[in-house]
Design a protein around this ligand. Structure first.
Ligand SMILES: [Zn+2]
Length: 246
């Protein structure tokens, strides 16, 4: 189920799902969690139930958003806040798991377990340029985070992410780290490097897990073949240790 998984102090956890265990029919076969990509909805819901069970939360407490390649951040207080149009979510609610869905874009997980804050963000090229990274860090800090740490998940690598010169210039203006060259020597972007550069500049210690989604078929990749499914980055806090709870 998880390509990458780790624990947080206080009993929380984070992870990035992979395509295994394989269920469903091509081109979505694997562990597709995206409900908007043309796959059989019953299969998607079954996969979401399995992921929620693995995270020890009720299915409706595995909260998704309707990602639109922007920079809006939603404050999530409970399951009813799921499904809103946004590319980042922040919560201080202990019983929730937040999910970000991707297939080449950069999934970002943020947590400060001691302060009881966690967050996710979806940074494609457009969202990165729109400023979703500083927006989610600011929102997490205004929710009370003082010791935020990030995990950046698998995404498309710069060699595989050719773009027109103008889009490379636009991304490089946000962070020079996003300037890249494709495997054929043409203009490309390294959105993950740009995201990590921004997180480090914002003084958020960051773990950047390896993996190119286009080259590694354990993950879904829009550029390798669309339509396709979506894998997830998920984070949840552990149980509350004090009496303060959202
Ligand atoms: Zn690659």
């Amino acid at each position: 189920m998880f390509g990458w998984h780790g624990t947080l102090p206080g009993g929380g956890e984070w992870g990035f799902t992979s395509r295994a265990p394989g269920v469903g029919a091509p081109p979505y076969d694997g562990f597709n969690l995206g409900g908007h990509v043309g796959d059989d909805l019953a299969t998607v819901l079954s996969n979401r139930r399995a992921l929620a069970a693995r995270l020890a939360v009720p299915t409706d407490h595995l909260v998704h958003m309707d990602q639109v390649h922007g920079a809006d951040v939603v404050r999530v207080h409970g399951p009813a806040d799921g499904g809103r149009c946004a590319d980042a979510m922040v919560t201080t609610a202990r019983g929730l798991a937040l999910a970000v869905l991707v297939a080449d874009c950069v999934p970002i997980l943020l947590a400060d377990p001691a302060s009881g804050v966690c967050a996710v963000a979806h940074a494609g090229r457009a969202g990165f340029v729109a400023g979703v990274v500083p927006a989610v860090v600011a929102a997490a800090r205004s929710a009370g985070a003082t010791d935020l740490r990030a995990v950046v998940g698998p995404s498309i690598c710069p060699r595989c992410y050719e773009v027109p010169d103008s889009l490379r210039a636009q991304a490089a203006a946000v962070s020079p780290a996003a300037y890249a060259v494709s495997w054929t020597g043409t203009a490309a972007v390294d959105i993950a490097a740009g995201v990590v550069d921004q997180l480090v500049a914002l003084e958020v210690p960051t773990t950047w897990v390896p993996g190119c989604t286009r080259e590694d078929d354990r993950y879904y990749s829009h550029r390798r073949g669309a339509p396709t499914g979506r894998f997830a980055g998920v984070v949840r806090l552990g149980p509350a240790t004090g009496s303060q709870e959202d």
